[in-house]
Design a protein around this ligand. Structure first.
Ligand code: NAP
Length: 531
């Protein structure tokens, strides 16, 4: 009989959430380890190695704050770190805090079930079985790649890539005819870099996206030193921001709709020239007031028209939907790339890809020939990785049954009928609408405090109450309904996956959320049942 590995806590995933969970829980005296399906740490930065992959949150903010020596000593080289640098950072953290020995790599959870009698989880993986009192699912929000079922895909004789599952070996497109499907954040980053290598690049666009220039650049040592000299104060100020991200521009209460033409232009130009997500903080009502939103959208369309030489192409690349209701993109020479004669855009807004063929693909009756196909088709966001684990809670109730009508959590941390299972940045928490590493730290610290409190008070099990979860899901959606976020087919709503129930999954507003989590803890875990 194969032996069962026993743990106090089993963490699933060794990305930034998993690494910090391991560190904090071991420090607090728990027997903890992690399983990770990859062969190394880094989570999203382990898998997303596509050309041009880079973080859209500035590196001095997209980093852990929990250890001052770590944040003082690590030197970032660019305003926005590229994937290789972030992966090196994750590896450095694992080494510095001696975490690698706690991680079983190449280990994929196949199923897990809760035994109400023993109050323990049994977690079956492709390698071994674990029994743990608690499971911390640090499985990431964008970690299950979405590869739509294109007919004929298996017949393609060239190379096939998905941006979210990019090979570890260097991919060289030199001299190749490459087709890329999708124009979301991953494609917007990959297209200029692939175009710089490929002989021909054809971009299949179903919906154009708004993209703001990143203006990435080497990080000036003086800037880095200045931030590090005030790190605590700056991190604290970031946590008070709705997105958990600090901007050099002070917050304002101004309406884009009410601004005069001169004021509006000056402010938008300033943000455009600075680059990055500060653009969306130029006016407070961009994601609330349709007129303000349209004014900002029109400003971006003006830039697209100015950047793209061919007016018809500029129109095709110009979105008409609400700006920022899909996750905004940041780019480096995205629109300009379409001025190159070897790059072409194929609008498929009215035509599904009919079939993949042995030598390319066919759409609207036309055949395109490629050496390589790149799918930049995104992820089954926020719930995909959790639902894939075949989780069974109390009374044989499965997570797939529980979430048939969309994810139902309390605080994005606990799920009724699934005791002793915590989700790090789970649906119903601010997660993807914030700086993920900051959101991860807040969640992991809350989970650690909860486990320590349970141990101190002799509790063995904690479970979210159904009515608390129902009220929480209503709360998340009522906040989203006060904004323009739910107005387009975004992955925030699950709308990118055919058949997935549309529920707005992330919670808007980090500070109120963090305060609520603290209140719940100090009210003896109000909304949870402790036994
Ligand atoms: P995405 O935003 O979901 O974009 C997927 C693209 O594929 C969309 O253009 C979509 O078109 C298209 N698509 C999907 N299914 C298709 C089909 N059957 N036929 C044709 N086109 C299809 O995915 P992503 O670009 O990987 O980005 C996902 C998220 O990851 C981002 O929003 C962001 O949060 C994160 N990300 C972050 C960074 C960063 O920080 N730098 C970089 C990359 C990604 P439709 O729009 O019409 O559905």
């Amino acid at each position: 009989m194969t032996s069962v590995e026993k743990r106090d806590v089993l963490v699933v995933g060794a990305g930034f959430g998993g690494l910090y969970s391991l560190h904090l829980l071991r420090e607090s005296g728990f027997h903890v380890s992690a399983v990770e399906r990859g062969s190394g740490v880094g989570g999203t930065w382990y898998w997303n190695r596509y050309p041009g992959a880079r973080c859209d949150v500035e590196s001095l903010q997209y980093s852990y704050s929990f250890d001052d020596d770590l944040q003082q000593e690590w030197e970032w080289t660019e305003r926005y770190a590229g994937q290789p640098e972030i992966l090196r950072y994750a590896e450095h953290v694992a080494e510095r805090f001696d975490l690698a020995d706690l991680i079983d790599f190449d280990t994929n959870v196949e199923s897990m079930s809760y035994d109400s009698t023993t109050q323990k989880w049994t977690v079956s993986t492709n390698q071994r079985t674990y029994e743990a009192a608690f499971v911390v699912a640090a499985t990431g929000c964008l970690s299950t790649a979405n590869l739509p079922e294109f007919p004929g895909l298996e017949t393609f004789e060239g190379d096939v890539y998905h941006t979210g599952r990019w090979p570890h070996e260097q991919v060289d497109f030199t001299g190749q005819r490459v087709g890329i499907i999708g124009t979301g954040s991953s494609a917007v980053q990959a297209i200029p870099v692939i175009a710089s290598e490929a002989a021909e690049l054809t971009v299949f666009q179903r919906t154009p996206n708004y993209s703001i220039p990143a203006h990435n650049q080497p990080l000036e040592p003086a800037v880095q030193a200045e931030v590090k000299s005030r790190y605590d104060e700056l991190r604290q100020a970031a946590r008070a921001e709705r997105s958990g991200i600090l901007s050099i521009f002070p917050p304002n209460e101004d309406s884009a709709r009410e601004a005069s033409d001169t004021e509006f232009r000056a402010r938008m130009d300033e943000r455009w020239d600075y680059g990055g997500f500060s653009f969306y903080r130029s006016y407070i009502d961009i994601v609330v007031d349709p007129e303000s939103n349209e004014r900002v959208a029109d400003y971006v369309r003006g830039h697209i028209t100015a950047k793209v030489d061919d007016p018809e192409l500029a129109t095709l690349l110009s979105p008409t939907n609400t700006i920022a209701c899909k996750r905004p993109c940041l780019d480096t020479h995205y629109y300009e790339t379409f001025n190159s004669s070897h790059v072409q855009l194929i609008d498929i807004s009215d035509h599904e890809i009919e079939t993949i063929t042995p030598h390319g693909l066919r759409v609207r009756g036309e055949e395109f020939t490629f050496d390589a196909l790149v799918f930049a088709t995104g992820f089954d966001a926020m719930t995909g990785s959790l639902l894939k684990m075949n989780i069974t809670g109390v009374a044989d109730y499965t997570l797939n049954e529980a979430w048939a009508n969309g994810p139902r959590t309390y605080l994005g941390l606990g799920i009724p009928s699934f005791p002793n299972l915590f989700t790090v940045t789970g649906p119903g928490s601010p997660s993807v609408l914030t700086n993920m590493i900051m959101a991860i730290e807040q969640h992991v610290e809350w989970i650690r405090d909860c486990l320590v409190s349970m141990r101190d008070n002799g509790y063995a099990a904690i479970e979210a109450k159904p009515d608390a979860a129902d009220a929480w899901v209503s709360h998340v959606n009522s906040i989203a309904d006060q904004t323009l976020y739910p107005s387009c087919n975004s992955w925030y709503l699950g709308a990118n996956i055919p058949g997935k129930t549309r529920v707005f999954m992330p919670l808007i507003g980090f500070p109120d959320y963090a305060e609520r989590c603290e209140e719940v803890a100090s009210n003896n875990y109000e909304g949870f049942t402790l036994v």
